[in-house]
Design a protein around this ligand. Structure first.
Ligand SMILES: Cc1ncc(COP(=O)(O)O)c(C=O)c1O
Length: 374
């Protein structure tokens, strides 16, 4: 049996009429950049997210660095994040000219460990970027407390966690802004690249809007800027999909629960950790082999059996060949949890349109490997 990792085409077929109608509407409008569909979608997005402003930008990486720039962060400044995330989180900091400072992740959630942050703060530290990794929110109240004490800005990277919530908090509540990605494989994905910034801060809203469009709110150029706009065709696709996001998250959670139930007896593998009361939206369902040396064996076994398992992220950012391109960085303390995660992680297929047969087949193969390796 073949089990894919992504379900974009299945998803398109399920809501083809809705998406095609939006695309048609944009095509007929003749306005494809900064047009009415983008404006409409930004309104829908801010309402859905529960924030004052949503700004569509070119991609999730730009969403992060545009916010950092709007906050005045640049050369000479330091920004704290963790190294077991997608490369773009760190890239976004380097693009501004600031220095990335890595601290370790929490061994269970894999999100930034708030207990490691204070030791990494220097007089140059300006911001913290918590990543809501795999679809679960970082401990935002703890992070916000540290930020408040040291007068730091907080930018949430929720590229993997749209529709996720904490136990007592929502995204955006404890930060200056939230940056997201709409690249196709994300939980809310367009048919190409896209991203957005969410904020309640009118200055961040105004500055990011200007920066994404050559420093120009309309025709005149108020500042230096860039070209990073979410185009209207992608906004139309996303507008059609946004209506389904809660239902899709619920399906992801249901598949995760099926994995948890089916795999509860495993001995050689650690299953994902969900914090009590959190809405973890399972962008990824990532297991770890207890013996990191055995990760390749599990991954290969699944792939050989037709399961398109992947590894997120098999090389921590500071160990990447392209790192750090002459850019400044620092690692504060040990990052052993992040490094272990990189060596031991295996992502099982996870998308709303999976079938019970596919999930059960993956479970059966993981159990088979676990039995042979326990
Ligand atoms: C955690 C994280 N941050 C940032 C990004 C960057 O988003 P994009 O690829 O849209 O630039 C991604 C995904 O690609 C991501 O997973």
């Amino acid at each position: 049996m073949q089990t894919p990792f992504y379900g974009h085409v299945r998803q398109y077929h399920n809501i083809k009429n809705e998406i095609d109608a939006k695309i048609q509407e944009v095509l007929e409008s003749g306005q494809y950049v900064l047009g009415p569909m983008l404006k409409k979608f930004e309104g829908e997005l801010s309402e859905y997210f529960g924030c004052k402003y949503a700004i569509g930008v070119g991609n999730g990486t730009d969403a992060i660095w545009l916010v950092l720039m709007a906050l005045g962060i640049g050369p000479g400044d330091e920004v704290i994040t963790h190294p077991n995330t997608f490369f773009a989180t760190a890239e976004a900091v380097w693009i501004t000219g600031a220095k990335v400072v890595f601290v370790d992740c929490d061994p269970k959630t894999k999100c930034i460990d708030p207990a490691r942050i204070e030791a990494a703060i220097t007089p140059k530290t300006k911001a913290i970027i918590p990543v809501h990794l795999y679809g679960q929110c970082a401990d935002m109240p703890a992070i916000a407390e540290i930020a408040k004490k040291h007068n730091l800005r907080v930018v949430e990277d929720n590229a993997q966690a749209i529709d996720a919530r904490g136990d007592t908090f929502r995204q955006g509540e404890f930060s200056d802004a939230v940056a997201t990605s709409f690249i196709i494989q994300k939980n809310l994905g367009c048919f190409g690249d896209g991203g957005a910034v969410f904020t309640d801060n009118p200055e961040i809203n105004e500055t990011v809007r200007k920066l994404r469009n050559h420093g120009s709110p309309k025709r005149d150029h108020h500042s230096f800027g860039f070209n990073s706009r979410l185009d209207d065709l992608q906004a139309g696709v996303l507008s059609a999909k946004l209506k389904h996001i809660s239902e899709w998250s619920d399906r992801r959670i249901a598949w995760a629960n099926r994995y948890f139930e089916g795999l509860k007896g495993v001995k050689a593998i650690t299953l994902p950790f969900v914090k009590t009361g959190y809405r973890h939206v399972f962008h990824l369902y990532v297991v770890e082999t207890k013996d990191a040396e055995k990760r390749e064996s599990l991954h290969k076994f699944l792939v050989d059996n037709g399961i398109d398992a992947k590894t997120h992220y098999s090389i921590a950012i500071h160990k990447q060949a392209g790192f750090p391109w002459g850019k400044e960085y620092a690692i504060n303390g040990s990052v052993e949890n992040a490094e272990y995660n990189a060596k031991a992680c295996v992502s099982l297929p996870m998308f709303p349109e999976l079938t019970a047969e596919e999930v059960d087949y993956s479970i059966s193969k993981v159990l088979e490997w676990d039995k042979a390796n326990s």
